[in-house]
Design a protein around this ligand. Sequence first.
Ligand SMILES: NC(=O)C1=CN([C@@H]2O[C@H](COP(=O)(O)OP(=O)(O)OC[C@H]3O[C@@H](n4cnc5c(N)ncnc54)[C@H](OP(=O)(O)O)[C@@H]3O)[C@@H](O)[C@H]2O)C=CC1
Ligand SMILES: CC(=O)C(=O)O
Ligand SMILES: [Mg+2]
Length: 557
Amino acid sequence: MYVQGEISGLMRLQDKFFNKDTAFTIEERQLLGIHGLLPPVVRTMEEQVELCLTQFLNIDEDLSRYTYMIRLAARNERLFYKLLAMHGDKCLPYVYTPTVGLACLHAPYVFQLPVVLFITIEDKGHVYNVLKNWPQADVRAICVTDGGRIMGFGELGIHGYPIPKGKVTLYTALGGVRPHYCLPICLDVGCNNSKVREDPLYMGLKRKRPSPAEYDEFVDEFMEAVVSRYGPNCLVHFEDIGNADAFRLLTKYRFKYTMFNDDIQGAGAVTLAAIASALSISNTKLQNHRFLFQGAGEAALGIANLLFVALKTEGLNDNEARSRIWLRDSKGLVVYNRPQSHLEEYKMTFAQNRAPIEKLEDCVREFKPTVLIGVSAQHDAFTREVLELMALYNKRPIIFAMSNPPSKAECTAEAAYTHTRGKCLFASGSPSPPLEYAGETYHITQVNSLYGFPGIVMGAICCCISHLTPAVFIVASHTISSLCTDDDHHQCRLLPSLNKVTLCAFEIACNVVEYAYKSNLAKRKPHPTDIRAFVKHQMYDLNYEAAIKTWLQEYEK
Ligand SMILES: NC(=O)C1=CN([C@@H]2O[C@H](COP(=O)(O)OP(=O)(O)OC[C@H]3O[C@@H](n4cnc5c(N)ncnc54)[C@H](OP(=O)(O)O)[C@@H]3O)[C@@H](O)[C@H]2O)C=CC1
Ligand SMILES: CC(=O)C(=O)O
Ligand SMILES: [Mg+2]
């Protein structure tokens, strides 16, 4: 059945795509010449998963759990994804938020294997050649960071590399994207954070970031190299880029390339879905709400822009919709007339024509928001006073403390429920265990873009979408909220439970594909007759037999 070709059996055992570890049958071991290299036991994949889970749960330290998962992925890729598929609730927090944040803070200690492609500004002029060094030629989706704003930690330079790795892991684990289609990239443009840069263990270029013009030349070359190497429909997902660069690149590239920024657009889609649930639970309409954002950066603008569109869909005009959305940044309420500071272009739409207000408490008193959204990475910014005011003005205050990781969150679930006396509809950005308060158990919703981007990426690459228009994110948002059940709402869950995230990704992928064909954005022809089968057919097969099939096909070539 199997042939021992030029590639030695040992190399097959060391190849993460083909390795089955102890699941190799005795016959396979003999044919591959690896008999004796494994203990005699032959296990099923399910038995291997249970063993891995036990090993994983026996590890006490979060960072060691992260490195366990990275090593497993590098040794036996299908087993890694099977473990995530079967025990995502236990394992996902160790490949994604919050542990991925810890991995960034300890980047020199966790880096062992080439899991991300590093392209530095010193490679300018030959970025294409560096891209060619990535071993996979059929890349369809890239997640790229420049370390400019890593979660709530600010600029970490190249030490942000675990972020794109974590994101592409979710493309596969949740979205079903085949792993060899995914390429995580860290652009090293230097680092202005001297504490990070001057650390003797810093792994990146020991230089400051370039001027915006030089930075743009480099990123332009990168985008052109991606198109030359992988074609115009290779999707580029920008992640954790500093906000001025993120907004500029999005404006410049959104209609030129197949790209999106998840911190802006993905966060918008998922948060809008959670708001829709909160409205169902409180039996209210969007037009009856007032939204106050703590933070006026990427996530805030991504959410505010989608809310603006949704409010207008309910019949409000531009001014009315704008008056419902207040943003507060590091200098206070975003207003037109700021005595000492200039107002960034991207905040203009939501600048209020009124006197400045500095403190968050005073903004709450003045505006009496019904919804308070924290995307500022300012730990404990939602003080007891702020939360008590929200409870004073609202029967069901909606409070989202979305900043990641938890050490940067605006408040904990406990603080939100305690200071609103259990009245609030609450969500955090990272996973949080259920909370007991006044004899009740509250499930904590995780408003995180993980509900959106895996399905968006899968849908986009299945049909070779040319551009990700704002409608794609609205489609994703509606899909997510449509998957919340009455039971979810009864338990005050604002998003489908975490064990439905793969279903969520699949439904988003199908709806994005459908939308893309209808609006002539899909470049893959012919138009599929059965969209669900079309998406399913392109999904990663977690079973070992799929690897064997590919292997035989390759051998027969
Ligand atoms: N849960 C989720 O899905 C997501 C969560 N996030 C999280 O949200 C946080 C912010 O991300 P992002 O928007 O991309 O980051 P940005 O850097 O783009 O924005 C941060 C914003 O916070 C403001 N800010 C800083 N200090 C204060 C302060 N003391 N008071 C009020 N505002 C302040 C900044 O003000 P200024 O403009 O004046 O600098 C800026 O507007 C991060 O922790 C990130 O992890 C992000 C995306 C998705
Ligand atoms: C979720 C995410 O992308 C962030 O916290 O930056
Ligand atoms: Mg992010």
